[in-house]
Design a protein around this ligand. Structure first.
Ligand code: FAD
Length: 288
């Protein structure tokens, strides 16, 4: 089985220590030759400048292809497009275009009066610019705001038809969840690649809470397994084994690309990649 193509997601740093940590993570994972790395945009549009700086710095200094996340939250169309055009100007041609999550405490997404009303509007407008490879989010466990699975797929198709070239999924815990979703996408006429999002489990209680917020189904056996591993102080080992098995099962079913949510900590992601046979292809000193 050929090793998969991989990509890594980072979040922008909020202080100097976090900047060093992000840079260490980039350097540590760059030798695995990712297809691209991406930098998130804080919920509620909170990290606009930090995202831009992190994207441009990684682009300039690492030689990696960087995708900038961009959301519709709390910004006018003109502001959002100014950011996108700034990316294009600095050579960043990859955008993950999202509606975005509203700021903490808000009931739901309310478009800015002069802003993009939905992810589809944002994607259409970016596609018309002709400058970008546009990727979008997809939800194997169904987005919590979707009416049902079929409406969720219709909306994903609308995002692809609006000009996106690939979908990156929310994380999930069991391979069948993704495989069923992939089949459903094909049946719905979605022909763009659907790349599974993989979350290495650094901290089970934190991941569990996040999964509940995202509507990600949590299998009972995972609670059990992490409880036992916690007792034995072997959570890292369990996390590596579970995630490697998940990826291995996906690859055995023909999946060719994996997108890792690194949470700016490289160790688990790197161990999982090594276990999958992805070997470093660049000397570290050539990366920075
Ligand atoms: P959409 O797909 O536009 O909408 C979400 C769901 O709502 C759809 O699946 C659909 O079922 C329903 N829906 C919405 N509008 C309509 C409509 N008009 N008609 C019918 N159905 C509709 N959030 C951030 O804030 N910053 C990030 O950097 C970020 N990165 C992410 C990266 C990935 C790969 C993923 C999967 C998610 C990311 N998120 C991020 C989270 C994302 O912003 C939230 O999940 C958000 O609630 C939905 O954004 P979206 O673009 O996927 O929305």
């Amino acid at each position: 089985m050929a090793p998969p193509e991989i990509s890594f997601e980072f979040f922008p740093p909020r202080n100097l220590a976090a900047s060093f940590r992000l840079w260490d993570t980039v350097q540590s994972l760059a030798p695995l030759a990712p297809r691209f790395v991406s930098v998130t945009y804080g919920a509620g549009g909170t990290t606009r400048d930090l995202t831009r700086e992190a994207v441009e710095t990684i682009h300039k200094h690492s030689g990696l292809t960087v995708a900038a996340h961009l959301t519709c939250v709390d910004a006018t169309r003109a502001e959002t497009l100014e950011i996108a055009d700034g990316f294009a100007k600095s050579g960043v041609r990859d955008i993950v275009a999202l509606r975005g999550d509203p700021p903490k405490g808000s009931a739901g997404f309310t478009p800015h009066p002069d802003g993009f009303g939905s992810s589809v509007e944002l994607i259409e407008t970016l596609a018309q610019r002709g400058n970008f490879n546009i990727r979008v989010g997809a939800y194997p466990d169904i987005h919590p705001e979707a009416r049902d699975a079929s409406a969720d797929l219709d909306w994903l198709k609308a995002k692809i038809d609006a000009g996106a070239c690939e979908a990156l999924t929310q994380f999930f815990f069991e391979p069948e969840t993704f495989l069923r979703f992939r089949d459903a996408c094909i049946k719905a006429g979605i022909d763009a690649p659907i790349t599974p999002g993989i979350l290495p489990i650094e901290n089970w209680q934190g991941v569990r809470k996040f999964a509940t917020q995202c509507g990600t189904n949590i299998p009972l056996w995972l609670d059990d397994a992490f409880e036992k591993a916690h007792r034995d102080g072997r959570e890292d080992l369990l996390a590596t084994a579970i995630c490697t098995e998940l990826c291995g099962d996906l690859l055995a079913e023909g999946v060719e690309r994996l997108h890792f949510y690194t949470l700016n900590t490289p160790e688990l992601t790197r161990n999982i990649c090594h276990a999958l046979g992805i070997a470093p292809s660049v000397e570290l000193q050539n990366v920075a």
